[in-house]
Design a protein around this ligand. Structure first.
Ligand SMILES: [Zn+2]
Length: 716
């Protein structure tokens, strides 16, 4: 989601992972590898808390009393805050969680600086210190970028004929992100994505997966839709690629024709790709193929050689997300010249290396992926880019220091308790559902009970000791960290699944549900204000983080999650009658969110956002019920005014709304509606509340008013 679009998250390739915020993978078009990490010596000194940025917290004085809560609750809660917090020139948006982003980054910066300054540092402390140094030393990056890039360009120049493709592609996949990852749209790596994938039919095992990829733009529409907006972006993309080739030393004429070649190849890949709504159906992306079948589909590509070079042993089968995509690879191999292919591979080298070179490359990359695509005028300051990069490359080494500063044991205990309460509420709800058969309820309860909840950070930290980090070559450091992670990922193929592993680093402001692992995961980074405080009142905590917890819990039962059983297997455990009733109920939500967004000139596809919207609606409802139960047990009413003049029920909704206050640049908002399954922040507030009778009760809203949707949709 845009308002907090600053973290880079990771997920396994087309794994069934559902995040709270935005695409699980992507930030300004640069996908940095995100490794969680492990056991060596934790790190350095702690940040001094007096220098940390102040976090936002809901306060009754922020309510805009000139607005009617029953007309537009988002404006009622957020307009005062938004009016006094303009979007910074280096961000695509501003939101009440942005101070938290800065807070988390400041803690990481202090840790990195201390590690860099400590001459005696060894182990992971030395690694993060050197990584930081190599990123922060701009003059060295400017002076040495050509030297750093040259070995990669030499490798591309060694591509003489298409027979070299497996070797050169394996090289790119090992050295640059993100072949083993995938998002709602595709893998963001040259030609295709390859990596471990949890077997949809046997969730205990990791198998090999091949995904559509080879496209640098965020989603298929950017290549295929003939609107003025997309045509304009394609023209800018061509200019951007031309400039990148020129920065690498090509004359401008040649660079222009190279850009055209890349666009043609990427467009051919887009035409053969599966769209992001179809990809939501796990059955559609589960296509078993033997090695022989891969060879039949793409006879001009030596699969054995590619697998050997990336370190993948032989396996009985591969899961191919889009079988038709393989035909497109063969077609391009057959029809494109060797020169065209070399150009395409060279583009991906420049594209992926740009953020790790000197200022011209980095700025040009940002001008397209940050400014043209997201409308952000300026890059973040260097230190913040370096913190983000270090978190991506050596995340669990840094995460240990973050947790020691920002996530005390009491916070962990209280967060665990909140999650437990909300899950108990879901179990009670399931028992009382009027649209589900008893046998299905039994299965739903078993699944709910089997879910593993993970709070804050991993029990066991990753060991980065094999990663060679040097103080004076930023690009090589990223390459080394990437290769380490790719090997670690590919090693998982053919082995049992590890449910305790985290897909996000501890300081990440996000949360996720993993339907195949059957886990819900809340990093320490989001267990902070404005979402949560170990000392806040229950209504505030349940309204903000409670909804987040409910959201992730409901993902296990949304349009995708419900297709997986307690063990994480893709298995239909619903009776036909239940499934039909579920679809009818969910259609209410799909219809409600299929809408024009006139201020941005785009239309939201309610089918793309259905899972997230269902989770928002259900999550909010669960959090409210859990709070009601607590008040009932205490013999107290949610509807009596308390010390601040608000009832607990009102504070619950205000705290919820406030945690989502956000203002986005139009480019960023359009980008999100097109490629991201999460609704815009203001819709994440107003739509679920308009479906909530408890909200009507809190603010006295009546049928016919804008905040009372007709009919009020409810699945969970
Ligand atoms: Zn979600």
């Amino acid at each position: 989601m845009v308002s907090t679009k600053f973290e880079v998250d990771m997920r396994r390739r087309f794994a069934q992972v559902f995040c709270l915020l935005f695409l699980c993978l992507s930030a300004f078009g640069q996908v940095a590898p995100s490794y969680a990490a492990q056991n060596t010596s934790p790190v350095a000194k702690q940040a001094s808390s007096e220098e940390l940025p102040k976090l936002e917290k809901f306060d009754p004085s922020l309510i805009d009393k000139s607005k009617d809560p029953c007309t537009d609750f988002y404006q009622y809660t957020c307009s005062k805050w938004i009016a006094t917090h303009p979007i910074a020139s280096d961000m695509p948006s501003n939101s009440t969680s942005h101070p938290l982003f800065l807070y988390n980054q400041t803690i990481l910066r202090d840790t990195l600086e201390a590690a860099d300054a400590n001459q005696q540092a060894t182990g992971s402390e030395r690694q993060i210190g050197d990584y930081w140094h190599s990123c922060m030393d701009e003059s060295s990056r400017n002076a040495h970028e050509k030297m750093w890039l040259q070995p990669h360009l030499d490798e591309m120049a060694s591509f003489k004929s298409k027979r070299d493709l497996p070797r050169v592609l394996a090289y790119l996949h090992l050295n640059f992100p993100a072949a083993w990852q995938g998002d709602e749209n595709s893998s963001k790596s040259p030609v295709f994505g390859f990596g471990p994938s949890q077997d949809l039919k046997d969730a205990t095992q990791m198998v090999a997966g091949i995904d559509q990829g080879g496209m640098a733009l965020p989603a298929l529409d950017y290549y295929l839709v003939d609107s003025d907006r997309f045509k304009d972006l394609r023209a800018k993309y061509l200019q951007h690629m031309q400039k990148m080739f020129q920065l690498a030393g090509d004359p401008s004429d040649r660079a222009a024709s190279e850009a055209k070649t890349v666009m043609e190849i990427e467009t051919a890949f887009a035409r053969a790709s599966m769209d992001n709504v179809t990809r939501r159906d796990p059955g559609k992306i589960y296509n078993k193929r033997s090695l022989e079948q891969l060879k039949d589909a793409v006879p001009d590509f030596a699969w054995d050689e590619y697998f050997r070079l990336v370190g993948a042993g032989s396996v009985p089968f591969y899961i191919v997300s889009t079988p038709g995509f393989l035909d497109a690879i063969e077609q391009q191999l057959k029809t494109r010249s060797d020169d065209d292919w070399r150009t395409y591979l060279r583009w991906w080298t420049l594209h992926r290396a740009a953020s790790y070179l000197g200022k011209d490359f980095e700025q040009e990359n940002f001008s397209f992926f940050g400014t043209a695509l997201s409308g952000t005028p300026q890059m973040l300051p260097l230190w913040r880019r370096c913190v983000r990069s270090a978190d991506s490359s050596l995340g669990e080494a840094l995460g240990q220091a973050y947790v020691s500063v920002a996530f005390p044991a009491e916070s962990k205990a209280r967060a665990n308790e909140l999650v437990r309460k909300i899950r108990e509420t879901l179990a009670d709800e399931i028992k009382q559902l009027d649209w589900m058969n008893e046998s299905t309820k039994k299965e739903a309860l078993i699944k709910q009970d089997a879910t593993l909840q993970k709070i804050g950070y991993p029990d066991k930290w990753r060991d980065y000791s094999p990663v060679k980090i040097v103080p004076d070559n930023y690009l090589a450091n990223m390459n080394a960290a990437n290769a380490f992670e790719v090997h670690r990922q590919i090693n998982k193929i053919g082995k049992p699944v590890d449910r305790t592993e985290w897909g996000m680093t501890p300081p990440t402001i996000n949360a996720y549900e993993d339907s195949q692992m059957n886990t819900i995961n809340f990093p320490a980074g989001i267990l902070q204000l404005p979402f949560f405080s170990g000392t806040a009142d229950d209504a505030s905590n349940f309204g903000a983080i409670g909804m987040v917890i409910g959201h992730e819990t409901i993902h296990g039962f949304d349009d995708q999650g419900r297709k997986f059983d307690d063990k994480g297997n893709l298995r239909d455990w619903w009776t036909a009658e239940d499934a039909k009733r579920y679809e009818e109920k969910d259609k209410c939500i799909v219809d409600e969110y299929s809408q024009e967004i006139p201020e941005y000139g785009v239309r939201q596809n309610g089918k793309l956002s259905a899972g997230e919207d269902t989770a928002d609606n259900g999550g909010l409802h669960l959090a409210m019920l859990a709070l009601e139960n607590i008040y009932k047990a205490r013999g107290k009413s949610l509807d009596q005014p308390e010390a601040d003049g608000l009832t607990a029920r009102q504070r619950f909704f205000l705290s919820y709304g406030f945690s989502w206050c956000s203002d986005e640049r139009p480019e960023a908002a359009r980008n999100q509606v097109t490629s991201d399954p999460h609704s815009l922040p203001r819709l994440r507030v107003d739509r679920p509340l308009s479906n909530s009778p408890e909200f009507d009760q809190a603010f006295g809203c009546k049928k016919g008013q804008a905040m009372v949707h007709e009919p009020q949709c409810r699945v969970w």
